[in-house]
Design a protein around this ligand. Structure first.
Ligand code: HEC
Length: 104
């Protein structure tokens, strides 16, 4: 194999690895987390403090978000995203921090 074809092969391999890595990055990106946390903090704190998803069993959290989404008048994609907060690492800390900064 010539040096030139070897280099082309390397470039092709690295590109494929890059695309694969990109495809398998977690679906909850930092950007979508920021948006979800924003709508959570705007729509879910009108009547009570910010609730910590992890204080509930997952099924109970889902039940409550579905119930509350009618009160909060959020879209179904916002509802799904807020349900997904249960899975986010360190969510308890983020909620506690938000509540400390926004005493009611
Ligand atoms: C219009 C007012 C209002 C909005 C907006 C609201 N809630 Fe509530 N929420 C309440 C009230 C009142 C209670 C307590 C009575 C009850 O459980 O229904 C409550 C209770 C809860 C509970 C505790 C239930 C339990 O059994 O301990 C959770 C969790 C909760 N809300 C989450 C949310 C989330 C998430 C949102 C945003 C999607 C939200 N709430 C938006 C009024 C609201």
């Amino acid at each position: 194999m010539s040096l030139k074809s070897f280099l082309y092969l390397m470039i092709a391999t690295i590109s494929v690895m890059g695309i694969t890595y990109y495809d398998f990055t977690p679906s909850v990106s930092a950007d979508s987390f920021a948006n979800t946390f924003k709508s959570f903090s705007v729509t879910c704190t009108k009547c009570h403090e910010m609730r910590n998803p992890k204080k509930y069993e997952k099924a109970t959290w889902i039940f409550n978000v579905k119930r509350m989404s009618k009160r909060a008048k959020i879209t179904s994609s916002q509802k799904k995203a807020i349900i997904g907060l249960w899975e986010v690492d360190g969510i308890s800390k983020k909620v506690a921090k938000w509540n400390n900064r926004h005493p009611r």
